[in-house]
Structure formats: structure tokens, C-alpha cells
Design a binder for this molecule. Structure first.
Ligand code: CA
Length: 233
């Protein structure tokens, strides 16, 4: 089972596509692949990935062109993208970053370097998907074991509650609306009523109650929810 986010690898050279897919899969990420810009668009359309590793030189369009298109659309504006290219020149690096790339990896690269860049981008943009352990106060999320603990003691909960908690531990002290939580935890293309969030929050707090951590998950009246060690807001 993957422990990190879903990565779309867009690369036409089979050996490099395989290398990237293997390295990311090995690191615990769920991997999807595309060999050109057209199928990359179709993949993104079908289901939004959590991060894209995008080659600069694709057979049908340039990766940079596709990146600009992703940045221009509401649905993909914030999608993390790492550009992959043989071009190492300063000017190209600037072009890539200007177009909205989150990072830039120059070929040839080691699988290890790529994975560490992927993790770094996730840490910055979506820590709950980095595949790394997350901690906040007595709470700890172990992505490998798919387990949440309070003061080292495992807490049993359903998958939706686990994903909610994982997201909150990745973004403590911040208030999220129900709509934001639906987008971030359940993903887009999913049509669930906002009320459903309340149901899962209730279950999550119930699961945390025996460990004395119930009050870490707080309702912020009129706004949504947050994870905090301070008193209820
Ligand atoms: Ca290429």
C-alpha cells in the first residue's frame, strides 16, 4: 500500500520513465505514468494527482507549455510540479520556475536525489502526503504502518478519520472549512455533502477520546475545524 501521495510521471523516454516510477514507487508513492502531453492531460483530467514529475521535452508539446496550461486552470493551479530536463542552463531554470514549477531536476539525476526533491516539495506543499512521519504534540502519524498514536499508544480509527487526522497533523493551528477539508482529504471529482465532514470529525474525536486527545480537534464556530493544543476557539 502506498504511504504517500499520488505522483504522475510524464516522460517519453521509457528508461527514465521507468527509473522515476520505480524510485517513487519504492519510496511509497502511488505512481501513474504518461508518455506525452496529451495523455498527461487526460490523466490529470481523469483524476487529479498530488504531484507531477514533468519532462521538459515531450514528443507532442513542451513540458513547460503544459505547465503553463496547468497553472492557468483553476483546478490545477496549485498542483505541485517538478520539472525534469536535460537542460541545466541558468536561463532554462529561470524559465521553469517562472512558469510555476515547484522545483527543477537536471538529468542525469540519481533516483535518491529525485525522491528527496519530491519529499521536499510535499513537505512544503502537502506534508500529509510526503510519506514521512508527522508529529504534533502527543499525536504521531506513521505513514508506513498507517497508524496514528497518542503518546506512543496506537489509536484505532477508520480510513477517512485517519486521512483527516493526517491532514490536520500536517497543518496544525490552521482553520479549515468543510469545503477545504473535502478538497484536501477526499480529493476533487468527489461529490460528498459538507455535512459528511462533521460526521467524520465526530468519529475522529470519539476515537481520540480514550487517549485523552479528543480536544485537540476543535470546532471553530462558523469557520470549520482545526487541530490545536490551545483552548477551543
Ligand atoms: Ca523527453
Amino acid at each position: 500500500m502506498s504511504t504517500g501521495g499520488a505522483i504522475l510521471v510524464v516522460e517519453d523516454e521509457p528508461a527514465i520513465q521507468e527509473l522515476v516510477a520505480f524510485a517513487c514507487g519504492n519510496a511509497g508513492f502511488a505512481v501513474r505514468r504518461a508518455g506525452d502531453a496529451r495523455s498527461a492531460r487526460a490523466e490529470v483530467q481523469r483524476e487529479l494527482p498530488d504531484l507531477v514529475v514533468l519532462d521538459w521535452m515531450l514528443p507532442d508539446r513542451s513540458g513547460i507549455d503544459l505547465l503553463r496550461e496547468l497553472r492557468g486552470a483553476e483546478r490545477t493551479r496549485a498542483l505541485p510540479v517538478i520539472m525534469l530536463t536535460a537542460r541545466g542552463a541558468e536561463a532554462d531554470r529561470v524559465t521553469g520556475l517562472d512558469a510555476g514549477a515547484d522545483d527543477y531536476v537536471v538529468k542525469p539525476f540519481s533516483p535518491r536525489e529525485l525522491v528527496s526533491r519530491v519529499r521536499a516539495v510535499f513537505r512544503r506543499r502537502a506534508p500529509q502526503l510526503s510519506g514521512e512521519a508527522l508529529e504534533y504534540g502527543p499525536l504521531k502519524i506513521d505513514p508506513v504502518r498507517h497508524e496514528a498514536t497518542v503518546d506512543g499508544q496506537p489509536v484505532k480509527m477508520g480510513l477517512a478519520e485517519f486521512k483527516l487526522l493526517r491532514f490536520l497533523v500536517g497543518h496544525p493551528e490552521r482553520v479549515f472549512s468543510r469545503a477545504q477539508l473535502l478538497d484536501s482529504v477526499w480529493g476533487d471529482h468527489v461529490f460528498i455533502e459538507e455535512r459528511t465532514v462533521d460526521v467524520h470529525m465526530l468519529r475522529l474525536r470519539k476515537a481520540l477520546a480514550p487517549a485523552g486527545a479528543r480536544d485537540l480537534v476543535q470546532t471553530v464556530r462558523g469557520l470549520g475545524y482545526r487541530l490545536s493544543m490551545r483552548g477551543e476557539g
